[in-house]
Ligand binder design. Structure first.
Ligand SMILES: CC(C)(COP(=O)(O)OP(=O)(O)OC[C@H]1O[C@@H](n2cnc3c(N)ncnc32)[C@H](O)[C@@H]1OP(=O)(O)O)[C@@H](O)C(=O)NCCC(=O)NCCS
Length: 248
């Protein structure tokens, strides 16, 4: 191509300029296709209590990491040590960010007067395979005792295979400043409704036999169907745990 062939008329030049501007505008103004901002899904809103699905935001992930660790500090300290608690919180925060939407659909956040106050996490049949752990989520400065302890704690508390038609309550926790205000009860009602939408016929959970939460579960219609005393429950620092079921 010689110099003359490279030359454009004024009209061609203007057309090219306009095209260039259009494509530049497209780059600047269009939302990136891969980013879908989290949408709040409210399931209950009455008086001071609101229940919604967890969202993939820094605030929700940080709340999730803090509360799910702090409400079960005894078990985590038993599996690791006091000084490892901040690392567990950070690990939980990192692993809860950027997960598939369906995973957040299993986690219910309670707010009290607009302040995050409680959590309930559930699992359905097949969830374990659906949401595998990410190999990138490694926190390097856990020592090997912590890693062993956390793996044992995980195997003692994770339900490997939730049967078809069952909804498993993995955990429920309310910030101690907000306990006794009915948040736990509302969370349990809301997850039960979700389980009915998933065609479940039975709710179930495991609880340490000395946990006062047994009162709440009994009032909600759960009854003990199995007692377990084994080395796995010893991993929690307790001797006896009970399974409680509720037909829905
Ligand atoms: C269990 C828990 C989620 C209940 O939430 P809540 O909003 O306080 O519950 P509600 O106000 O709806 O109901 C009150 C009931 O909660 C339970 N509860 C209250 N404080 C509790 C505590 N510190 N530990 C355990 N259960 C408690 C009791 O069953 C209480 O009923 P009771 O007064 O007749 O004993 C909450 O207390 C908590 O997070 N506890 C620590 C974590 C935990 O043990 N979770 C259960 C694991 S299986």
């Amino acid at each position: 191509m010689n110099r003359d062939q490279c030359k454009t008329t004024k009209q061609e030049h203007n057309e090219l300029l306009a095209k260039g501007k259009q494509s530049l505008m497209a780059v600047v103004t269009q939302q990136p296709l891969y980013y879908a901002p989290p949408v709040e899904e409210v399931l209950y809103n009455n008086g001071p209590i609101k229940i919604r699905k967890m969202m993939d935001t820094n605030e929700d992930c940080s709340f999730y990491a803090h509360l799910s660790t702090e409400a079960f500090t005894d078990k985590i300290v038993h599996a690791t040590k006091e000084s490892s608690i901040p690392k567990v919180i950070e690990f939980t925060r990192v692993t809860s960010k950027g997960r598939p939407q369906e995973l957040y659909d299993r986690i219910f956040v309670a707010e009290y007067d607009g302040v995050r106050a409680g959590l309930c996490s559930i699992a359905y049949h097949g969830d374990k395979e659906k949401f595998p752990e990410r190999s990138s989520d490694v926190v390097p400065d856990f020592d090997c005792c912590d890693v062993c302890g956390l793996l044992c704690l995980d195997s003692a508390t994770t339900e490997k295979n939730v049967p078809v038609g069952y909804c498993y309550i993995e955990y429920i926790c309310v910030d101690d400043k907000f306990r006794g205000k009915g948040i736990g009860k509302v969370l349990m009602d809301v997850v039960e409704t979700d389980a009915k939408h998933h065609n479940c016929k039975t709710m179930y959970l495991w609880v340490v036999s000395t946990n006062r939460a047994l009162n709440l579960y009994s009032r909600q219609g759960y009854f003990v169907t199995e007692n377990k005393t084994c080395c796995l429950t010893c991993m929690l620092g307790v001797k006896k745990a009970s399974r409680m079921d509720k037909p829905i």
